[in-house]
Design a protein around this ligand. Structure first.
Ligand code: ADP
Ligand code: MG
Length: 320
């Protein structure tokens, strides 16, 4: 019979269900961090993220406020990755009937904290009951031509930069799974990530492509390559890791570079810049590789040059 999602994977499924937009004005639809709709001289951005109890968060590890913060920040990160400014949010929740109202209040406190920080208004949503808690947030934003940065603009020869250390969130998740409550840095990064709205607009002016790290560096670089029709090479040793992530790797006997490449939820930015712009963005990130011709594929150098395998993907049985 039909193909199971575990074989198709998240991205295979999205390809299968997507179709060409019928309306005018869609500058980017499925395939970027946010959809981009032309609005006069400007662009409106739309993004959404859904989180499900026990697959994306566990109540016993994560206080409700942080659940709310993360649900909001992951969307704002997608607006940042487009070079946009977030504006409005819609929040839909499914809750079990035995949930305490105070719990939901705390989730919302977290969402409002983050929304206030980035100037976002929650202007609607939906509330229903379900057997698991689910939170879906939609965020809209706005940008102009100078700042709009798609995944599809990378060119051969561009440098690939990341805005900060990677792998912390995955290190934190692995620590929690194994029952550790230290080191605190990675655990906090997992439970209460930030996003790089602080630099995104400045980087956007010079970047040819940009994406945020939700599924791991390998996956994000692949997305840029696919959308831009190019290849890439990443130098493993150049990937920035912080001290506590390395420490977590030692404790867990796991390779911290794998956290960075295949973990995700770091919400740093990955961006590409042409050589002539490199000096203008150096202070915002670390060079980790170069964009290559498409026929070179997407590679990683670590002594030898190998295929850069994908990152986290929902439904996959072989997911990391
Ligand atoms: P991100 O990690 O930036 O949130 P995703 O990897 O989740 O992006 O999604 C990739 C692209 O596929 C995005 O453009 C997103 O809007 C689109 N997409 C994901 N799920 C669906 C769906 N069920 N229907 C239509 N488009 C989807
Ligand atoms: Mg994204």
């Amino acid at each position: 019979m039909g193909m199971k999602l575990s074989e198709l994977g998240e991205f295979g499924l999205i390809k299968r269900i997507s179709r060409e937009p019928q309306r005018e004005g869609v500058v980017a639809g499925i395939g970027d961090d946010a959809a981009v709709i032309k609005d006069g001289e400007e662009f409106i951005l739309y993004t959404t993220d859904i989180i499900v109890e026990d697959s994306h968060f566990r109540k016993e590890w994560c206080p409700p406020e942080k659940i709310g913060r993360k649900a909001m920040v992951s969307n704002i990160s997608d607006i940042a990755a487009m070079g946009g400014i977030p504006e409005y949010a819609l929040v839909s929740i499914a809750l079990r009937s035995d949930t305490e109202a105070e719990f939901v209040g705390s989730v919302y406190k977290g969402m409002y904290d983050v929304a206030d920080r980035y100037g976002v208004d929650i202007i609607g949503g939906d509330t229903t009951h379900g057997s698991l808690m689910v939170i879906n947030v939609v965020v809209t934003g706005r940008t102009d031509k100078e700042h709009l940065t798609l995944r599809s603009g990378a060119k051969t020869g561009d440098y690939i930069l990341v805005s900060g250390p990677l792998g912390g969130s995955k290190a934190g998740l692995e620590l929690l799974k194994m029952g550790y409550r230290e080191p605190k840095g990675p655990i906090e990064k997992h439970l209460d990530p930030g996003c790089r709205m602080d630099i995104a607009r400045d980087v956007a002016v010079f970047a040819s492509a940009m994406i945020d790290v939700s599924d791991g560096l390998a996956s994000e670089v692949r997305h840029i390559c696919e959308e831009s029709g190019v290849g890439a090479i990443i130098e493993r040793e150049r990937i920035p890791l912080d001290r506590e992530t390395i420490k977590a790797g030692k404790i867990l006997e796991m390779d911290p570079y794998d956290f960075a490449l295949h973990g995700g939820e770091d919400y740093e930015l990955v961006f590409t810049v042409p050589e002539e712009n490199l000096d203008r963005v150096r202070r915002y990130g670390t060079v980790v590789g170069r964009i290559m011709d498409k026929d070179m594929g997407v590679m990683i150098e670590n002594g030898e040059i190998m295929d850069l395998k994908g990152g986290y993907e929902h439904f996959r049985e072989d997911r990391r």
